[in-house]
Write a protein of this length. Sequence first.
Length: 212
Amino acid sequence: MPANRTAKVEQQHLRLLDGLATAIREKGLARTQVSDIVGHAHASRRTFYKHFPDKDSCLVELVHRSAATIIEAVAAATDLHAPGTIQIEQAVDAYISILSGDPALTLALASPSVGERIVRAQRHALERFAEYLVVLTASASEGRTPLAPVSVECAYMLASGLRAAALRAIERGDGLDRVGEEGKAVFKRVLISGAAQNQRRRPHPAGPPSRD
């Protein structure tokens, strides 16, 4: 396929994803139809079905794209040369900012009342963020305020807890400032206290032999 043709197809694909996101913000997920998606994307139904077999397939890809956007935003906001406490604050603030910046879409993409394919995509998106936390803590295991390297299971618990608290606040119409502050406190307790415990467990180098 020629390069210009490939670029056009990719642009159509992105417009359809953006069209779905816009329709969800406007009408909600349950009421969004393919006609709404193509209307916002300025495309035809025929074009839509060249890219996706159905609305759910488009939604699955939107969930994956949203996860990638979150990870990219968190990574861009996190200074890997900063102390661990600062890295935690930067990462949590960036995550909360993304969720609070688009509440309607955030709730729709996290809705449990969807098909199994979409639930799997939601779970995979959360696993990707947990994997990013594993990489982040591993790279920050040394320094002025090191972070404790964590398993993907521990990272998943941290990520899912923060996400659940944020979704609860959005559903209730509350601001996310408190969620962000509490989230940072929990992350610090787990990651920084864990690093301190790891350092205490490290064997101290033996001193010079005595000259008895």
